[in-house]
Design a protein around this ligand. Structure first.
Ligand SMILES: [Ca+2]
Ligand SMILES: [Ca+2]
Length: 128
């Protein structure tokens, strides 16, 4: 495997992204999912109500372009939102969430995929 798997394949082994340290926190993750890596889970903790915007871009791996998908889950693992393909061909989730623990799941739909996950977490004005 060309890429170390930093994000575990279960909720328990999710990579902890921690809590946003600023009012608008932007995080870029470059990683891989595919035949040998069925899931990448990330955990985020919101100290206050926030707007969460996730963008997933699938990138070619060994010259083949696969397709990865994204979901947002609550702390029990229930799916709150599925990625929606936008005009740029990227999977996108944007939603307002109360404070709490959430998981981001990236998983392969087809092939081996390098991906770039961009998360932007903005504290909701009302919670300041
Ligand atoms: Ca991975
Ligand atoms: Ca993984």
């Amino acid at each position: 495997m060309a890429f170390r798997d930093l994000a575990g394949n279960t909720l328990k082994t999710a990579l902890d992204l921690g809590s946003p340290q600023t009012a608008r926190d932007r995080n870029v993750i470059n990683a891989f999912v595919g035949q040998d890596d069925s899931n990448d889970f990330y955990r985020i903790r919101l100290r206050s109500a926030s707007n969460v915007a996730l963008t997933l871009r699938s990138l070619p791996f060994q010259n083949l372009l696969g397709n990865a998908d994204i979901q947002l889950l609550n702390r029990q693992g229930r799916v709150l939102a599925d990625g929606q393909l936008n005009a740029q061909g990227r999977d996108r989730i944007q939603t307002n969430l109360p404070s709490g623990t959430y998981f981001i799941r990236v998983f392969p739909q087809q092939g081996n995929i390098r991906y770039r996950l961009i998360s932007v977490i903005a504290r909701s004005p009302a919670s300041n």
